[in-house]
Design a protein around this ligand. Structure first.
Ligand SMILES: [Zn+2]
Length: 406
């Protein structure tokens, strides 16, 4: 058990004080202290955290569940995967910096900092086609056929809702991945949805997973949190990191929280799939169940279930569309700061801009704990770095499924 005390937690921290981030680098990974994190967002944390049990961080809009040495996170009952594990070092709990910016901030302040992008239409991309069958794990139904069938059902729903759409293929034909992504270029303001079904060597594997593009500096979910070298790259799709993630979670939540027949929740994941890398729009790739799982394969053979999948996708698209329309920016910021300041005018102040990850990385010191004052009004403050002995390895936490080839 870690005894973890916060002075005045959730009571007295002001917005200015919450701009101070405690910065730590362990190995090649940058972290912020849990203390900075809860102060900034006005979260309530338990006084004691046991290293082998999940802990909850409460906010007025919902609850985050994290665990030391785990990349798994829950937000309001749904599963997400962090880029790196939450860590414990020298009695501190550490939150990965890249997840602070790319995962937690969009969840806790979805409409702060980043302009909304009203939905103009949808590029619907049925995966595979022609000589590229996709998975053939389900007898009598290949993935390319299931993908196209669900896509056609989805565009009928979009028609009914008056939302414009374009399909990357309407027939059983091969379409190059770059050509698919390019359809978003021709249609500014559209979102891109790639529809796939899954397979695994284990017939037991089941459930739904939703992918958004890995942000720069973030390992893909399948890497187990270790660096593979490609995380330095920036892709066209990374321009939409914030909206990619909001779109992915809107769809994922609509599916796994569905009132009936909801598939099991494998989580919102990250990957550098080519269609996501190259799309010049908010984009998402869904793996809507396992054709290698006998139960899900037999469901997928029914029209009823394929319609159900299209209905879920539509519900997620509408949730995302609403999120880009409602004028809730100020209300959200008030929620986020409700515990940190009772001043009613705080919600109308401009939101604090989180620094971009590269700038942060340049300043953090390797294998040290530095308490750096990152206040935007006084950059000269800060105490000297204190050496910290920690092993540089980022430990793997929970197993993840192998990356599926496109
Ligand atoms: Zn596929």
């Amino acid at each position: 058990m870690i005894r973890w005390a916060l002075l005045g937690l959730g009571l007295t921290a002001s917005l200015m004080a919450s701009e101070t981030w405690e910065v730590v680098r362990v190995g090649r990974v940058d972290y912020v202290s849990l203390e900075s994190f809860v102060k900034f967002y006005g979260l309530r944390a338990p006084v004691e955290i046991e290293s082998n049990r999940p802990f909850d961080l409460a906010s007025p809009s919902g609850s985050l569940q994290l665990a030391v040495d785990s990349r798994e996170m829950r937000w309001k009952g749904v599963r997400y995967w962090l880029s790196h594990s939450v860590r414990q070092a020298e009695g501190m709990i550490l939150i990965p910096r890249v997840d602070l910016v790319k995962t937690f901030d969009p969840l806790l302040r979805p409409n702060v900092e980043i302009p909304k992008r009203p939905l103009q239409g949808v590029v619907v991309d049925p995966g595979h086609g022609g000589g590229d069958e996709g998975t053939r794990a389900a007898r009598g139904l290949s993935e390319k056929v299931a993908n196209l069938d669900v896509a056609k059902r989805l565009v009928r729903l979009l028609d009914n809702a008056g939302i414009p759409w374009v399909m990357t293929r309407t027939k059983d034909r091969y379409v190059d991945l770059a050509e698919r992504s390019a359809r978003a270029d021709d249609h500014p303001g559209y979102i891109f949805i790639s529809i796939h079904f899954n397979e695994d060597s284990s017939r037991e594997s089941d459930g739904w997973e939703t992918y958004s593009l890995s942000p720069q500096y973030a390992p893909s979910t399948s890497s187990g949190g270790s660096f593979t070298g490609d995380e330095q790259e920036v892709w066209l799709g990374n321009e939409y990191d914030h909206h990619n993630f909001l779109l992915a979670q809107s769809i994922h939540r609509a599916v796994v929280l569905a009132k009936s027949n909801a598939p099991s929740d494998r989580g919102v994941k990250r990957a550098r799939f080519k269609v996501l890398r190259l799309a010049n729009s908010p984009s998402v790739l869904v793996e809507g169940g396992f054709m290698s799982n006998p139960r899900e394969a037999s469901l997928l053979r029914t029209e009823t279930y394929r319609q159900q999948v299209a209905d879920w996708l539509m519900a997620g698209i509408l949730a995302y569309k609403r999120s880009q329309e409602n004028p809730e920016t100020v209300a959200r910021l008030k929620l986020a700061t409700a515990n940190t300041n009772t001043n009613a005018t705080i919600g109308s102040k401009p939101a604090t801009k989180l620094e971009e990850v590269p700038a942060f990385r340049a300043k953090a010191t390797n294998l040290t704990v530095s308490t750096t004052n990152r206040s935007t009004t006084n950059s000269s403050a800060g105490s000297p770095a204190v050496p910290l002995v920690v092993e540089p390895e980022v430990r793997k936490a929970l197993p993840v499924t192998p990356e599926k080839k496109e």
